[in-house]
Design a protein around this ligand. Structure first.
Ligand code: BG6
Length: 487
């Protein structure tokens, strides 16, 4: 397929010397450049508040970041850094600092003969967003000779009220069409495949409802702890960090109706409807946890409260399990279980669809012929692919039933999958909002979860290296016989 046309542009990364730029954004832009996906001139201007770098030292910093991300820091890369990367120290973000930024942008556009298409990627902490949006707007940077797009990272606000407030501020300067709310889960290939899996394979879609499905589990389990992110994570917690965005987005893709077309708004309309149909969450349907000292892969790890920068006696949750019910014709009575946590036994992102058992088993009188429900396990990462579990007769005289799996793995067929940020950056540059979260989705998710934040369930302790607190198991009691699938 011919690469999508990218127009010449200036890509401004605010927070250009931060962790996101280092780990994700620069490697992704460089990959796009190296593989020829940037079909027109793409100049990068990194800005940061305090770091006193200049173009030269920033390029050196970027080369090191690319090497640390495992990319070859060869001559082509050095050439790209020299040609395309620029740095601007933003200072304390007063009005005059944004005027200076504007002058620098215009100078770069003249120097590189760019037509004035601009992306502002706000790779900055949530608390700094309002100042940046206000600063850009007041300096007139929301308008340009070409197009202007603004990219906002999650979490968008920290509850319903603050999300509304941030939205009002953004709307003073930027329209919804200019605003790209990024959720990197939507850029993962296996996540994008969910819609193809459902809507291009009628064999599954015909089973995709309360008639055939008993329950759904969505798990995002990490063995990693909070690393050096206490300043962000403590007080934010897993509900805001993972559930409000990544997990709710996964839920929408599993549960949405077939869109009228594959256009951005047609898809986002259906996703928003799912979130609007979720019933208020019952207190008994929630379990929070916080990890204590334990072992991961045989190595001892300290508990959350001992992590550098965490408040003593912090009640921030590092684990959440939730039961959600969707009040619509397709899903009435089918519980959706969401579970996410840090320092769990294994690192996996998975969706498990448990189908209903046969209403009556004709094999009842045979001791080794218990019929179990079929299940479909969609693995989003690592080892992207899926497995369909079904039952076969084991050869021999006695009737013995045995579960087996039909298996598909992406890497066996397609090799390396692109990083989520590569796909999303290309979408931003080509103006495709399909994989970006619309404001009504964000607000619907907050509307659902804000009461839980106010309820603040006390987190149960769980040992690092386990699957979370035992109390999370009792959420599954309504679907007797089903437990969390811990692969
Ligand atoms: C981020 C969260 O959005 O997603 C992190 O802030 C989390 O806490 C990360 O570790 C998980 O992403 P992935 O792609 O590794 O599943």
């Amino acid at each position: 397929m011919a690469p999508r046309e990218v127009e010449p542009h200036l890509f401004v990364i605010m927070g250009g010397s931060g962790a996101l730029a280092r780990r994700k954004l620069l490697p992704a832009v460089w990959q796009l450049a190296a593989q020829g996906s940037l079909t027109a001139k793409s100049i990068i201007l990194a800005t940061a508040r305090r770091r006193h770098l200049d173009d030269e030292s920033y390029r050196q910093w970027a080369r090191e970041a690319l090497a640390a991300a495992g990319l070859p820091a060869d001559e082509t890369c050095t050439h790209w850094c020299d040609e395309c990367l620029h740095y601007h120290a933003l200072g304390e973000e007063g009005p005059e600092d944004f005027q200076a930024l504007r002058s620098r942008i215009e100078a770069l556009e003249r120097q590189h003969d760019l037509p004035g298409n601009r992306v502002f990627y706000l790779a900055i902490p949530p608390a700094s967003l309002p100042l940046a949006v206000e600063g850009l707007g007041a300096a007139g940077l929301h308008r340009a000779p070409g197009w202007t797009r603004i990219v906002v990272e999650k979490p968008f606000g920290h509850d319903l009220e603050s999300a509304n407030e941030l939205d009002r501020l953004l709307k003073r300067y930027f329209s919804e069409e200019q605003t790209y709310r990024i959720d990197h889960y939507l850029g993962k290939e296996a996540v994008q495949n969910l819609l193809v899996f459902r809507f291009a394979n009628p064999v599954f879609e015909s089973l995709w409802s309360r008639d055939r499905i008993a329950s759904v589990q969505i798990t995002v389990a990490e063995t990693a702890g909070i690393e050096d992110r206490a300043a962000f994570y403590d007080g934010v917690g897993a509900l805001r960090d993972m559930v409000q965005n990544h997990m709710m987005q996964l839920l929408t893709l599993v549960a949405m109706e077939i869109p009228a077309s594959f256009e951005a708004d047609a898809i986002r309309n259906e996703k928003a409807k799912v979130l609007q149909a979720v019933a208020p969450i019952r207190q008994q349907g929630v379990c929070f946890g916080q990890y204590v000292v334990g072992e991961i892969d045989g190595i001892g790890v300290p508990g959350y409260l001992d992590a550098a920068g965490v408040q003593p006696a912090s009640s921030t949750e590092t684990f959440v399990a939730l039961e959600l019910n969707i009040n619509n014709w397709r899903w009435q009575g089918v519980p959706f279980y969401l579970r996410t946590g840090k320092r769990l036994a294994k690192s996996t992102r998975q969706i498990v669809v448990n189908f209903r058992c046969p209403v009556l088993s004709v094999f009842d009188r045979y001791p080794d012929a218990a019929v179990s429900a079929n299940s479909l396990v969609i693995t989003l990462e690592p080892d992207e692919g899926f497995e369909l579990e079904f039952v076969v007769k084991a050869p021999g005289d006695m009737l013995t039933l045995q579960p087996q799996r039909l298996r598909f793995r992406y890497d066996e067929v397609f090799g390396r999958l692109p990083e989520a940020y590569e796909a999303l950056l290309l979408d931003i540059l080509t103006g495709d909002q399909t994989l970006f979260v619309r404001i009504d989705e964000v607000l619907a998710a907050w509307r659902l979860l804000t009461p839980l934040l106010e309820m603040r369930p006390r987190p149960y302790p769980y040992a690092a290296g386990t699957w979370g607190p035992r109390e999370a198991d009792s959420l599954l009691a309504p679907v007797g016989g089903v437990c969390w699938l811990n692969w």
